[in-house]
Design a protein around this ligand. Structure first.
Ligand code: SF4
Ligand code: SF4
Length: 380
């Protein structure tokens, strides 16, 4: 498998000049909320040094093909030129997919961006991910601003309605689960599933780094209870549309659940992280990092916006060597790494085979035990 991995890595490097095909770009550090779980809080609303459109244009000319671009922040829709940013990557890097997580506070600017994108990036597949942390009271408490739930929910309704007539747009939600909202998560899930049929309702584990007093991830049993109910529901939905993609998606989800459970248990699950290879991070001020958990290895402004030169620099290589020994349960990097690395796909396959075989074994030994019991009872 290692040989195959090397060949595919070599092919990718040749095809994309060793540049990332997935980029997480923090378009601004300006935000109107004060979420307890925000890992970016120290940088929020400090000096605004956001890259300008002209600077972004220069950077994108030094990137190759971009499959996926996440526009994060801060609140991305506070940038008035957001559609222009996407258009640059769409034009220069043949961008295919984009994800914009949002707190859902600014509906009109969001709709304005979507309308502009129809003509600027007609073939772009765009996902808007509205963050909800619980039902009204819990959400507002965690987000630090009263009324933020109502704003986000209203935006969600309007955006789902807009999605009905606009192919290529998907509107979903995500909830960061922690010790302050885990009791409310299932109620929120039911509310969303009832109101928005077929919508993807995502959950991710709080990873730490926020400022909230005593804010912690949920405990292992709490998380297990939540995901068991969720996965049951998802499997019911998948049965209605059986497809090979669903089959692989289910295997991958099971593996990611396992990684998360182990992380809550204080254990790491070795997987090959693609940070600094397939995926990288561009910060609002031009800093470049292998992932959000590492310090920047340079700033594009100091490299005359030559992203390729910075990405290939010695400082970047040092970071890459560190990443080889690094494991975590960051959902974006796990998704990218399990999509692109054959070794991770093999791990997923082996994990599922092992799990199913052990389950079968458990079932058959339970059945055997039951038959023996029956025989013993009838004989007595
Ligand atoms: S909306 Fe996002 S960037 Fe703003 S405080 Fe909340 S988590 Fe942080
Ligand atoms: S394993 Fe996690 S912390 Fe380490 S480089 Fe990858 S994404 Fe970053």
């Amino acid at each position: 498998m290692k040989g195959l991995e090397k060949i595919s890595k070599f092919a990718r490097a040749r095809l994309n000049r060793g540049l990332p095909s997935s980029l997480i770009y923090f378009v601004t550090n300006v935000c109107n909320l004060k979420c307890e779980h925000c890992f970016y809080w120290k940088q929020l609303n400090t000096s605004v040094e956001d890259l300008t459109l002209e600077e972004i244009e220069k950077i994108s000319r030094h990137l190759a093909w971009l499959n996926n671009l996440s526009l994060s922040g801060g609140e991305p829709f506070l940038r008035k030129d957001l559609a222009g940013i996407l258009e640059i990557f769409y034009r220069n890097n043949s961008l295919q997919f984009s994800l914009i997580p949002t707190n859902g506070y600014f509906l009109d600017p969001t709709l304005t961006v979507l309308k502009k994108l129809r003509s600027l990036c007609p073939k772009l597949k765009l996902t808007i991910q509205v963050s909800l942390d619980g039902t009204r009271e819990i959400h507002d408490r965690i987000r630090g601003v009263k009324g933020s739930f109502d704003k986000a929910f209203k935006s969600l309704e309007a955006l789902r309605e807009y999605q009905r007539n606009h192919a290529g747009l998907e509107v979903v939600t995500n909830t960061v689960v922690n010790n302050k909202n885990f009791e409310d998560v299932l109620e929120l899930y039911r509310l969303l599933k009832e109101r928005f049929r077929g919508m993807h309702v995502g959950l991710s584990l709080y990873r730490g780094g926020g400022f909230g007093d005593n804010l912690l991830p949920p405990t292992e049993p709490q998380w297990q209870q939540i995901i068991e109910i969720l996965r049951q529901q998802e499997r019911g939905e998948m049965k209605r549309s059986p497809a090979l993609g669903n089959w692989y998606h289910r295997m991958r989800t099971d593996y990611l659940d396992y990684v998360n459970l182990r992380a809550l248990h204080g254990e790491v699950s070795p997987w090959n992280c693609s940070a600094g290879d397939i995926i990288g991070v561009l910060d609002h001020n031009g800093d470049v990092k292998v992932c959000e958990n590492y310090p920047p290895f340079g700033n594009v402004r100091d490299y005359n916006y030559d992203f390729e030169a910075l990405w290939g620099s010695e400082k970047a290589q040092v970071m890459r060597r560190l990443v080889r020994e690094c494991f975590c349960n960051h959902p974006c990097f796990l998704q990218a790494s399990t999509s692109y690395y054959l070794s991770n796909q093999a791990t997923i396959l082996l994990y599922n085979l092992h799990k199913n075989l052990s389950l079968e074994f458990k079932k058959s030994s339970r059945k055997k035990h039951f038959l023996e019991l029956q025989q013993a009872q009838s004989g007595s």
